[in-house]
Design a protein around this ligand. Structure first.
Ligand code: ADP
Ligand code: MG
Length: 334
């Protein structure tokens, strides 16, 4: 064992004919940590994962695991497990046989396999599902089985490629929280790639933001969240708007933040308040089942998205006071 990060990527590039899909990526994952690589579709996430797994040759750089350069080590000798968006279960095998598949390949005895399978099914919340066939499972249950199967051989590293993306939104959120707990309980070191910031925040402790083959920012989630390095990072993290110049100063002042630089705003950073610090005129009112959304024209700051309580009766043209929720505003250095 070595101290420091267990997985290291130094200046890793992957080139397909004509495309530099991964461009000089620098990444580190500590033992037992979960890192989410977050980026839009086509930015190179799957390619990066495949390179770490040894399924894609790298054209430059170095990948080391536990101090060892992986260059000469084929996929099946890396001790890593992969999990995909569609769990890719064996349709003709029961849940127990899917989960125990790799253990049987290792010629583990029947009793030992059964014991380990029950332990894994309990870990993913599917005790008693041993004899079910994949076709009878919901999407969420299938992904839990896929996760149990991936964890069966105690992988040194679990690589997850958009593991929850095929599920509907509410299930995705609850399974994301479970995934975090399961990985934590199992002590698994994991690298997950996703295009969904909520999923990344729910599962991982650290994130790396990737655009066009390059990692542009990485760190603990709270830190990246609090200071996105560029407007496109902010919008990818879920911020609705980036303010610059005088308008940024105005809103920063209202939020009690130091002035200077750009400000990224969550849609709900601005609320309608009894006594407020910004004043504006309601230009548009829309309602979702949860909240009333407003576009408010604030002199000096332009049109800002705000939220109000559903019971507030606001009309277009009305003048309102806004208060700023500083926890939903990020101060950017640029
Ligand atoms: P992501 O997973 O972030 O959506 P990918 O890693 O799948 O992105 O793809 C990154 C880029 O590499 C894309 O431009 C994609 O078209 C290209 N690409 C992916 N796989 C191949 C391949 N086997 N051959 C050529 N180009 C590829
Ligand atoms: Mg992909």
């Amino acid at each position: 064992m070595t101290s420091g990060p267990i997985l290291r990527l130094d200046d890793v590039s992957v080139r397909y004919e004509g495309t530099l899909a991964v461009d000089g990526v620098q990444l580190e994952v500590e033992r037992g940590d979960v890192l989410a690589v977050l980026g839009p579709s086509g930015c190179g996430k799957s390619t990066l994962l495949r390179a770490i797994a040894g399924l894609e040759p790298i054209s430059a750089g170095r990948i080391t695991f536990d101090g060892e350069d992986l260059a000469g080590r084929p996929t099946h000798r890396r001790g890593f497990a992969l999990m995909f968006q569609d769990g890719q279960l064996f349709g003709h095998l029961s849940v127990a046989r899917n989960v125990g598949y790799a253990l049987r390949l290792r010629r583990l005895g029947r009793a030992a396999v059964n014991a380990r399978v029950s332990e894994l099914l309990e870990l993913v919340g599917l005790s008693g599902f041993e004899d079910r066939m994949p076709a009878t499972l919901s999407g969420g249950e299938r992904q839990r089985v896929a996760l149990a199967r991936a964890l069966a051989v105690d992988p040194r590293l679990l690589l997850l490629d958009e593991p929850l993306s095929a599920l509907d939104a509410s299930l995705r959120q609850s399974l994301a929280a479970d995934l975090r707990d399961i990985l934590h309980t199992a002590g698994t070191t994991a690298l997950m790639v996703t295009h969904d910031h909520d999923e990344a925040f729910a599962v991982a402790g650290r994130i790396a933001v990737m655009f066009d083959g390059s990692v542009v920012q990485q760190g603990p989630i709270a830190q990246v969240w609090a200071s996105p390095e560029a407007p496109r990072t902010a919008s990818f993290l879920g911020y609705a708007r980036v303010l610059t110049g005088a308008s940024a100063r105005l809103v920063a002042e209202a939020a009690g933040l130091r002035a200077g630089g750009q400000l990224a705003l969550r849609r709900s950073a601005l609320r309608v308040a009894e006594t407020g610090v910004l004043e504006g005129v309601v230009e548009q009112v829309t309602s979702t089942p949860e909240q009333l959304r407003l576009v408010v024209d604030v002199p000096g700051a332009g049109r800002l998205d705000a939220v109000a309580r559903l019971d507030e009766r606001l009309v277009v043209g009305e003048s309102v006071h806004l208060s700023v929720d500083a926890t939903r505003v990020a101060q950017m250095s640029v």
